[in-house]
Design a protein around this ligand. Structure first.
Ligand SMILES: Nc1ncnc2c1ncn2[C@@H]1O[C@H](COP(=O)(O)OP(=O)(O)OP(=O)(O)O)[C@@H](O)[C@H]1O
Ligand SMILES: [Mg+2]
Length: 512
């Protein structure tokens, strides 16, 4: 069946074809059903109308000839024949009158026809007439019922409708009047109607095809544009153009979302390039400096013990800086490359804070900073548990503490506290009395590689990744970092994390 397969492939090769075929099928089925129903109803109603008018005719004729039917004389029969002929020609019907035994008395097809039909042994008075009581409608009418029959006449090859009406006098059937009419007219009308219906079906079909093609084109064009653009982006990576949005419907919405996606991709691409160029720049600076120090040492400084120690110390600082930069870069790329997870491990924030404070204590003491830590009593300690990654959270807190130490001048104060916030959240606050952050900077300090104006000029300044890493880590723990700062007065950074919810399993473990 290759043809069928081809048709199947054609059908599913485009949305438009599927739409078209579906519309066509639905409309054709509906119209064919309506046509059948209409033709059937028209036919039934026409036949009922005809039947009623034939019956009226029969009744009228019966009123005219019922006396003659009783008389059974030649003149009476002639009168009957005359009445039959007159009515038959006037109405264009065929009328037959039979006596109570079923013998034909008169027929609109004429006396000759009756005579021809009659048998050869004729009586002196009248020809022996044909008995048609075997015809079902005559038979029924002789039994006293108004009978209706539809049958085809083999001679003319047409269908006839007959109504046979019993003429009754004094309670007995004295004869039957049968009125018949060919159904050609009804049939012609039906076939005319059928043709009209077929024409309507055809016209609707053509209209459907045209409308479907138009609709399909309307729907397909933007979809094709979108698919072409997606192909183009996947091949060449060119995201310089947006899709035109001409519509307000779902397809327009799709184009809009597509454009938003392109915008987002562009932004990400821009960030990626910025990141690479910033990272290379940051990596290059200490390497160049290391190179110059090494050159200076080689040039003779190595022989001067004072200079040598100075250069070695600065080499150590530079290597340290490079190491911490590389750690930051690796950390942030690791964070970027791992999908956010539902943490399983239980982490004690109190412990982590203590460890973080230990890490910055020496530095703080060197700068003569007062470091004040305010943690809840041990009974409440369980409130400071969350699910997460201890190493990452330690890193996040250390980054904030290091900043506080770095950006607070000697003699300043740093306060660190942790407490439950609104019952289901945990808030870790690090407040300093340092330099503060200007309103222009505050919106950007979480950006990668962004450093405040003052920090940038600092000799031992960081790379500007600390806060970006902190924010990534906190976001991965479903929390957020808040900042408040007044220039010259100090800053307050807060990490807000969702609290650990005790499951029954952990409760059991705890009581063990
Ligand atoms: N406590 C603070 N007080 C004043 N300024 C701050 C404070 N914390 C951060 N900043 C400002 O925000 C900038 C970005 O901080 P971030 O920690 O991201 O980078 P960094 O400290 O410069 O370098 P890194 O942390 O990577 O070594 C800093 O350069 C500084 O200008
Ligand atoms: Mg920092």
């Amino acid at each position: 069946m290759p043809a069928l397969k081809k048709l199947y492939e054609w059908l599913f090769s485009s949305l438009a074809n599927q739409l078209l075929i579906t519309y066509l099928l639905i409309i054709t089925i509906a119209l064919v059903a309506v046509t059948f129903w209409a033709l059937f109803t028209i036919k039934n109603e026409s036949i009922t109308d005809l039947r009623n008018s034939l019956e009226v005719e029969a009744v009228n004729l019966a009123l005219e000839i019922d006396n003659d039917l009783e008389l059974d004389s030649k003149t009476a029969r002639e009168r009957i024949q005359k009445a039959v002929d007159r009515r038959a020609t006037k109405l264009g019907v065929s009328i037959t009158v039979v006596d109570r035994d079923g013998h034909v008395l008169a027929d609109s097809s004429g006396e000759e026809a009756i005579a021809k039909k009659s048998s050869e042994n004729t009586s002196k008075h009248a020809p022996k007439r044909e008995n048609i009581s075997n015809e079902s409608e005559i038979n029924d009418a002789l039994a006293g019922i108004i009978a209706v029959n539809k049958r085809s006449s083999p001679a003319t090859n047409t269908n006839w409708l007959y109504v046979a009406y019993p003429v009754r006098s004094a309670g007995v059937t004295s004869g039957v009047i049968r009125v018949g009419v060919p159904l050609t007219e009804v049939e012609q009308r039906l076939s005319r109607d059928l043709i009209v219906f077929l024409e309507i079906i055809l016209a609707t079909g053509i209209l459907t095809v045209l409308i479907s093609l138009w609709l399909a084109e309307r729907f397909n064009r933007p979809v094709k544009e979108m698919s072409n653009m997606a192909k183009e982006i996947s091949i060449s990576g060119d995201m310089s153009t947006f899709l035109p949005v001409r519509r307000r419907d779902e397809i327009g919405e799709l184009s809009l979302s597509f454009n938003q996606m392109i915008g987002r991709l562009r932004e990400e691409e821009k960030l990626r390039q910025e990141f690479i160029s910033n990272a290379s720049h940051e990596l290059k600076t200490p390497v160049m400096a290391i190179g110059s120090v090494v050159e200076a040492l080689q040039a003779g400084a190595v022989n001067d013990p004072k200079l040598r120690d100075q250069f070695l110390a600065s080499l150590e600082r530079l290597v340290d800086r490079q190491r911490s930069l590389l750690t930051d870069l690796l950390d942030i790329s690791k964070l970027d490359n791992t999908a956010p997870t539902e943490w399983q491990d239980e982490v004690d924030i109190k412990q982590i804070i203590e460890e973080a404070v230990d890490q910055v204590r020496v530095q703080a003491e060197k700068k003569e900073l007062v470091l004040k830590v305010d943690l809840p009593e041990s009974t409440e300690a369980s409130a400071l548990k969350i699910r997460g990654n201890g190493i990452q959270l330690l890193r996040a807190i250390v980054n904030l503490l290091t900043n506080a130490v770095n950006y607070t001048p000697a003699g300043g104060k740093i306060y660190l506290s942790a407490k439950s916030d609104h019952g289901n959240r945990l808030r870790i606050t690090i407040k300093d009395t340092g330099a503060g952050i200007s309103p222009e900077d505050i919106n950007r300090i979480f950006d990668r590689f962004y450093r405040g104006e003052k920090s940038r000029t600092r000799e031992a300044g960081g790379s500007g990744l600390g806060l970006a890493i902190t924010r990534e880590i906190v976001a991965r723990h479903h929390g957020n970092v808040e900042v408040e700062s007044t220039l010259g007065q100090g800053s307050t950074f807060s990490i807000v994390l969702p609290r650990f919810e005790k499951s029954s399993r952990n409760e059991n473990n705890g009581s063990d």
